[in-house]
Design a protein. Structure first.
Length: 288
């Protein structure tokens, strides 16, 4: 049995992986320091004392450098960076430990067990607070020379503004609040969609911007790798009609540019909130 963790800025999710499914999943609030994080993880392990745990695998934020065994860059959990965290955790638990970037883990779940199973060239695009993702070529995760492969949100889309700043429902809601002189965060993306459908002019304008920017970003990504399929992750990916609307808009952009011999395929992810945990398990068995 494998013990899997998903480190997030707000909470740490965890569960057991038996080779086929997640069991006994739960979570705890993300601690404010590394020692407490380790102690909480050990508590979880000890709570499974009736289970033979063969290893631990972690989905983590940041630039995970497996070769150097460090998490580079920055993230919402600042204390996990810039030291040999792999060896430290392996020694602490006396078990094999693997760590991979959270977006890469979610992508692994979809490519090896989810909607992109049996596909070779896949882009996994996570649309959350920002835009991230993972690249799969010939069925293999491609992290790039500097491990920034899949950081799609850094693409510049419009007047110096990045994909992350423009193409998410979170940013859509922020723009709406600013235009309405409301506290940022007081209205959700889901509420903006509903307001737009109900006839609110500003909400409708911001929904249109959201679709325009997201479809432009996906169009550009289609012609970077030319994947068989683009898999959308993040909460907004489950919105009714979203995939159909984006597919239409990306196809329209292709036609507009005279690219009538291609019809990009866009699908929503399968595993939703469990993707990072399942992908962490996949990553463990790929590396052990």
């Amino acid at each position: 049995m494998l013990l899997v963790f998903d480190w997030g800025g707000t909470s740490v999710k965890y569960g057991l992986w038996n080779g086929e499914e997640l069991l006994k999943t739960s979570s705890f609030k993300t601690p404010t320091n590394y020692e407490t994080l380790k102690e909480k993880m050990m508590e979880v392990k000890n709570n499974y004392s009736d289970v033979n745990i063969s290893g631990i695998s972690i989905s983590a934020p940041g630039v995970v450098d497996v070769e150097q065994q460090v998490i580079r860059g920055i993230s919402a959990i600042p204390y996990i960076h810039h030291f040999n965290i792999f060896t430290d955790l392996s020694d602490y638990f006396s078990l094999p430990v693997t760590i991979e970037n959270d977006a890469n883990c979610a992508g692994l779940a979809e490519v090896y067990r989810g909607v992109a199973k049996d596909k070779k060239d896949v882009l996994f695009v996570v649309v959350g607070t920002g835009v991230g993702g993972a690249i799969f070529q010939n069925g293999q995760l491609k992290k790039g020379a500097h491990l920034y492969g899949g950081e799609f949100g850094l693409m510049i889309l419009d007047h110096g503004e990045t994909f992350s700043n423009l193409g998410t429902a979170v940013r859509m809601a922020e723009r709406f609040c600013q235009r309405k002189s409301l506290p940022v965060g007081s209205v959700s993306g889901e509420e903006i969609f509903a307001l737009g459908e109900a006839g609110d002019k500003i909400a409708a304008e911001e929904v249109e911007k959201f679709y325009t920017y997201l479809s432009q970003g996906l169009y550009s990504l289609q012609f970077t790798l030319d994947p068989e399929v683009i898999v959308l992750g993040g909460g907004v990916s489950q919105k009714n009609g979203l995939v159909e609307e984006l597919s239409k808009r990306v196809t329209d952009l292709c036609v507009e540019k005279g690219l009538t011999d291609i019809n990009p395929e866009i699908v929503a992810c399968q595993y939703k909130n469990d993707a990072n945990l399942i992908g962490a398990a996949v990553n463990f068995f790929m590396n052990n």
